[in-house]
Design a protein around this ligand. Structure first.
Ligand code: CMP
Length: 280
């Protein structure tokens, strides 16, 4: 059965505007430090990305981690990742990707504190969605969750809040045939709901290990690079890219303006097997 947080929302103490957020995604940590994906040491790369946030002098008020945090759902991987993020910002919120094990993630903390459905911070609502289909690579939200999203967006609209929606899988095709087979199955219905709420300012996700920045009416549609291996944009079949690991920063202004960008690690060389045609 897929995991669905029971709590409607948690209030996060407000900070000065803008609210500064770092999104990390697709960290793929193994059970033991030094595990590799396509030759890249994923503990080393996520730590280099965190160091890049410091070098960029971006001080986050909160961290959002959007899935595939562990490569095979090992408790030790989540424990290490939490400790790495903690040094940058103890206020962090996670959602699951296809490689994650929700039960193990939840064993780190109560669902309400680490993996809530909704956050409210100042004038903003942040929804943390679950697009995981246990045992499958692709994504799905499901009728029940779509209804919950619509209700939450309606409530935010009534309160005059602006909304940011986060999930793991891409809700629309991004132009890589092999990855687009794995997009959120009911992504069209999801984006119709989003489009129907003009206070929904952005949807952010991971999974595709590359940057995407599009617009749907009022709403930015944003994919974020992985903290490890990158995938090549426009590829028909599995193809890694030599761009460095990275993260997304977001600044949410109290008047609803959203500024965002991607920053990648500079000055570090990573091992990477560009010839490999899959993970196995
Ligand atoms: N050669 C391949 N063709 C299609 N999918 C693949 C291939 N290799 C790996 N994958 C899956 O595609 C997924 C894309 O992102 P993930 O990191 O979730 O994990 C990847 C694998 O589960």
């Amino acid at each position: 059965m897929s995991y669905s947080p029971s709590h409607q929302y948690i209030e996060v103490p407000d900070t000065a505007s803008p609210l500064r957020i770092v999104q990390f995604t697709d960290c793929h940590l193994s059970k033991n430090p030094g595990g590799r994906l396509l030759g890249m040491d994923t503990d080393h790369s996520v730590q280099a990305v965190i160091e890049q946030v410091r070098q960029d002098q971006f001080t986050p008020d909160l961290v959002l981690a959007t899935g595939d945090l562990a490569d095979a759902g090992a408790l030790e991987a989540y424990q290490r990742l939490r400790a790495y993020f903690d040094k940058l910002c103890p206020r962090q919120f996670w959602l699951p990707g296809n490689h994650d094990d929700c039960e193990v993630m939840l064993s780190l903390a109560e669902a309400d504190t680490l993996m809530p459905f909704e956050l409210r911070v100042g004038n903003w609502q942040i929804l943390l969605l679950n697009s995981q289909i246990p045992g499958k690579v692709g994504g799905h939200l499901g009728a029940e969750q779509l209804q919950r999203i619509d209700q939450a967006l309606n409530a935010a609209g009534d309160l005059g809040l602006h909304s940011l929606l986060c999930l793991h899988h891409q809700p629309l095709p991004i132009g890589c045939e092999w990855l687009d087979e794995q997009k959120v199955r009911d992504g069209e219905e999801f984006l119709q709901i989003v489009e129907g709420h003009s206070h929904a300012k952005a949807v952010v996700w991971g999974h595709v290990h590359q940057e995407v920045d599009r617009q749907l009416a009022n709403c930015r549609l944003l994919a974020t690079p992985s903290t490890c291996v990158q995938f090549a944009p426009g590829s028909q079949d599995f193809q890694a890219d030599e761009l460095p690991p990275g993260y997304r920063w977001l600044e949410l202004h109290s008047d609803g303006r959203l500024e965002t960008g991607v920053s990648r690690v500079q000055g570090v060389t990573f091992e990477l097997n560009l010839q490999q045609r899959g993970y196995l």
